[in-house]
Design a protein around this ligand. Structure first.
Ligand code: HEC
Length: 102
């Protein structure tokens, strides 16, 4: 995500150079929680839909997230390895979990 922000800022550089006033770039709070495993989620979960589908579920137990990941694999043929599935499960449980295993 940082890369995208950096790239879009770079793309805006020629525009900025022509403006004489100081520009304040607004701080936009990004709702996604970064952290260990986020890159794996990004690589495996965001190819079909946005992060909204994940965030909208609210806080859920570990089994819920495990179930969703395997639903994506079984029903929608998401190409996610077992190893990545576990990393994603840990990430989702840590950031969007309710602290309960089931
Ligand atoms: C191959 C495409 C694909 C990938 C990859 C994928 N999803 Fe989905 N996902 C879907 C589709 C299609 C729906 C919409 C189902 C619907 O609208 O009923 C969905 C819906 C969801 C939902 C909404 C609840 C539900 O049960 O429908 C959640 C949560 C979700 N995905 C999480 C994930 C997570 C976490 C990952 C990564 C592990 C992931 N998805 C990767 C296709 C995918």
């Amino acid at each position: 995500m940082k890369k995208i922000i950096t790239l879009s800022l770079l793309a805006m550089l020629p525009l900025m150079a022509q403006v004489e006033k100081k520009i304040e770039v607004p701080y936009i709070a990004f709702p996604i929680k970064m952290g260990k495993g986020f890159d794996t989620v990004q690589a495996n979960c965001l190819m079909c839909h946005s992060f909204g589908y994940i965030i909208n579920q609210g806080r859920e137990p570990r089994t819920f997230w495990r179930g969703k990941i395997h639903k994506m694999i079984a029903e929608f043929k998401a190409p996610i390895s077992e190893k990545d599935a576990k990393i994603i499960e840990d990430y989702l449980f840590k950031h969007y979990g309710n602290g309960k295993e089931q």
